[in-house]
Design a protein around this ligand. Structure first.
Ligand code: AHR
Length: 318
């Protein structure tokens, strides 16, 4: 095992000299376009590549891991200098990541983590996904201040690291607060349309929503879909049902400004900037980046100027 690690280290140390061409080519395997946040990440990644003169090969996987694996194999066959991967789910990557390693192509993970040995990728640029869930849970603990509250949860894509970690973080935060109880939890696949459909079923099952006091959604798009469902059920989102979610997309700021949602935790769509920074440093002089580059997570509530934030963000590619 030690020998293998040594071999990898020496391959990594040799690779930069061979790849120092100014016209770097990077393959980007993107999940798809399930959310406004995802669209913004795609836009920003393309802009960051253009700014730096990087030739970006973009592959949209339409939410399928098999398409991502195909794209990675195609990038390897084309001999790209590096691969950016936003992994749709956490497991099932070992084999293709081994292939990239054998081809001496560094892989950088964007916004989600994988359950694979750490030597199979160069770094992961992500937020602290557990912490995001924790901040959402703590916000509800503070807001409810001991009052009884039945919570419904819209989970992200099953098997994805944000769905797993955001669930855990929220659960940890409300643990020990007997007034707070998750009464229903189901995936809405990070999409607006599924968020609406699943919220409709929650409302129906819970006395038209009278039994629901709060919604925790693993992303804003599902929350925005749910807001529509809540309104159609004749209730006031943000008042009758408190809403906390994650991403801080423009529409969520607008919903908070309009009193139809209560809180969101920001996830920057600029994961590629830090990834390109460390990649350029590595290809220039062999600087090996840390395994995790953590992006910030900031809570926004009705106390912020959400109308102004909406105006600032609305043309940024969300
Ligand atoms: O991995 C990040 C998550 O994926 C975002 O929160 C969500 O909107 C996206 O689809």
């Amino acid at each position: 095992m030690k020998l293998k690690a040594l071999l990898i280290a020496s391959v990594m140390a040799l690779a930069p000299a061979a790849s120092m061409a100014a016209d770097m080519t990077v393959g980007f395997s993107q999940i798809g376009s399930e959310s406004g946040w995802r669209a913004a990440e795609t836009t920003v990644t393309k802009q960051e590549a253009e700014k730096r003169g990087i030739n970006l090969k973009f592959a949209d996987a339409q939410q399928k891991q098999e398409n991502q694996i195909k794209a990675i194999r195609s990038f390897i066959a084309q001999g790209v200098d590096a691969i950016l991967l936003a992994p749709v789910v956490a497991t099932g990557w070992d084999e293709v990541l081994e292939e990239a390693k054998d081809a001496e192509i560094p892989v950088l993970l964007l916004d989600r983590t994988v359950d694979a040995p750490k030597d199979l990728y160069m770094t992961a640029v992500t937020s602290d996904l557990v912490h995001e869930g924790n901040v959402a849970g703590q916000w509800l603990v503070d807001t409810m201040n001991g009052k009884q509250c039945n919570i419904v949860e819209l989970q992200g894509t099953t098997g994805s690291s944000p769905a797993i970690d955001r669930k855990k973080g929220f659960g940890d935060a409300i643990a020990g607060h007997d007034n707070l109880k998750i009464i229903r939890s189901q995936t809405g696949d990070f999409t607006r349309s599924q968020g609406k459909v699943v919220m409709e079923s929650f409302l129906k099952a819970e006395d038209g929503g009278k039994n629901i006091c709060a919604l925790y959604a693993h992303n804003d798009d599902m929350a925005v879909g749910a807001i529509q469902a809540i309104k159609e059920a004749g209730l006031k989102p943000g008042e009758d049902i408190k809403i906390v979610a994650i991403d801080a997309v423009p529409d969520m700021h607008l919903a908070i400004a309009n009193g139809e949602a209560n809180a969101t935790i920001e996830l920057t769509p600029n994961m590629a900037g830090p990834a390109f920074d460390v990649l350029e440093a590595y290809l220039k002089d062999g600087t090996v980046p840390p395994k995790w580059i953590q992006t910030e997570s900031r809570l926004y509530t009705a106390e912020d100027d959400n109308k102004a934030i909406y105006e600032n963000k609305k043309n940024l590619g969300y």
